[in-house]
Structure formats: C-alpha cells, structure tokens
Design a protein around this ligand. Structure first.
Ligand code: GUN
Length: 297
C-alpha cells in the first residue's frame, strides 16, 4: 500500500485565497485594511527570506504589511519601545518579532511586551495559557497548520492516539494542546523518551518536530497512521557540493506503511505563513469589534 501525500502547498494556497476574500470583506466593513507588522533585528539570512516572504504574502492577501528592520546591535530598550508603539498603533492588528533575536536580547521579555490581542505568533505566555484552558486566543502558526491538515484528512480526531515528538514551545507543546482539545489521547515524546519506536508505533497520528533528519523510521509507524512531518533539515545531496531538504521522517519508508504523509518540502512548510495571515485576519476582526463567523476560516 502506498500512503496518500498530504498536499500542504495546495491547502495553504486555498487558505490564502480564503483569507484574501475575508480581508476584502473586512476592509469594506472596517474602512481600513487588516495590518501585520513584522520586526526583523539583524541580518540572519534565513530570517530575511522568511520576512520577505511574509511581507509579500500579506500584501497579496489584501492586507497592509509594515516591515521594521533594525540593526543587529540595536539596544533591547529600542526594540521594546518599537513593540510598544506597534501595540498602540490602530493600523496594526498583528505583531510578529522574527526569532531568533541577537544574543544580547531577552526573547521572552520581548515577546511578553507584545499586546496578547496582537500576538499572531501565539508565543506570549497569555496566548499559551489561553490555549491551555481553552479560551479564544492565538495559537502558534505551525501547529495550527498541522491541525488543519489533520482535520482535513481525518475529519474527527476524537479518541485517536497521537504522539508528538518534540516538546518546543513553538511546535511540540501547542501541538499537544490542540490535539488534546480535539479529544485525542496525547503523548509528548522527546530526546529522553524510552523505547521511542514502540511509543510511536501506538500512534494513529504522528507529529514529528525534532529537527533530526529522517529520524522516524518506517518500522516505527503503525500501518495506516497519519504522519505529519514538521522537520526541515538540510543534508548533503548525491551530487557533490549540493544539499537537499529532508524532514524528520524517512519519507520513502513511511510511504510504504502510513495512510498519509506530509512531504518535505510542500507539506507543513507552506502552511505556516498562510496560518499567520489567517491569525492576522482574525486579530483584525477582534480588534475592530466586528463579528467573524466561527466557521468562517
Ligand atoms: N523564526 C522561525 N519561525 C518563526 C515564526 O514562526 N515566528 C517567529 N516570530 N520567528 C520565527
């Protein structure tokens, strides 16, 4: 049996189109565009690529993009002052401070300065708390994207066994909370987990978010399971001097056992920015005091 390929790229394109329609409706109702501010400190090349992509997709969705680029040596106080200015700017619905920040800055302190009602990254402790207790708030984009793919594939997740490999604040922990809220039986595995292959073998749903190339092997996967691969790892390619991207799952092996698998690239990756746009649109409706139907997006 060959597993189905979960097409995150197509799903993300659909989601962006839906955000675009609702962004136009928002603009007509509110008399202004929904706005996303992205702050980049320093010149990390990967971050520059992400930030450019976010800005481009924000504008393509019919929303306003405010980009703030600060030099790497910017004092932390100046960044905090910028975040506070964005907090009170009525044109800004969502604030994203690109991570990682330069070493002299305290990331937690910076994130804590963001108004939780504009925290479209979902990294603020208030957002994490709201997710944990089931209050409306913002959920980190990558795990929310994974959940959307899972629900699209499986419908109800109620009662399913889910194993999340990785316990980061950005993916593993919020992913586990989302699956729990869908009534899965959730296990969070990590680098100290004993008998990891056995733990993964129980799972109807596997979410791999560890950052280790092709760590999850075919014989760890329960036949028919749905496998979501969050990993993006660069490894040497067959051709000398070249590299290629692989996930945290042995994709070729998993294709022989699983029911469905996300590819890398083209699976979870494209979902992250699409969900960021979705979160920004939701923030805009809430901040403007306008109604957005619960099932609208
Ligand atoms: N760096 C890598 N991914 C992300 C993300 O989703 N949000 C932020 N703020 N920084 C990142």
């Amino acid at each position: 049996m060959t597993a189905a390929i979960i097409d995150g790229k197509a799903f993300a394109a659909n989601l962006r189109a839906k955000v675009g329609e609702l962004a136009a409706a928002f603009e007509a109702e509110a008399g202004r565009k929904a706005g996303l501010a992205v702050v980049l400190v320093g010149e990390d090349p990967a971050s520059q690529v992400y930030v450019r992509s976010k800005g481009k997709q924000t504008v393509e969705a019919g929303m306003a993009s405010f980009e703030h680029r600060l030099p790497a040596e910017t004092p932390e106080a100046d960044l905090l002052a910028l975040v506070e200015q964005l907090n009170t700017d009525p044109a800004v619905d969502g604030i994203l401070v690109q991570l990682p920040l330069p070493g002299h800055m305290d990331e937690q302190k910076v994130i804590s300065t963001i108004n939780p009602d504009k925290d479209v990254d979902g990294f603020h402790v208030i957002s994490a708390g709201r997710l944990a207790v089931g209050q409306p708030g913002f959920v980190p984009c990558t795990p929310l994207g994974c959940l959307m793919l899972l629900k699209d594939r499986l419908g109800s997740l109620s009662g399913l066994d889910a194993v999340v490999i990785g316990r980061s604040n950005i993916v593993g922990k919020p992913m586990a909370q989302l699956l729990l809220a869908e009534s899965c039986t959730v296990t969070i595995a990590h680098s100290r987990t004993q008998n990891l292959p056995e733990v993964v073998r129980r799972a109807d749903i596997v979410v791999a978010a560890v950052g280790r190339a092709e760590m999850v092997k075919a014989d760890w996967i329960k036949p028919g399971a749905t496998v979501i691969d969050v990993g993006i790892n660069r490894v040497p390619a067959a051709e000398a001097g070249k590299t290629r991207l692989v996930g945290d799952v042995d994709y070729a092996g998993a294709m022989d056992v699983a029911g469905a698998v996300t590819p890398v690239p083209g699976g979870v990756g494209p979902m992250t920015i699409a969900v960021l746009l979705r979160n920004t649109l939701v923030a805009a409706y809430r901040n403007a005091g306008l109604e957005l139907a619960a099932d609208a997006i």
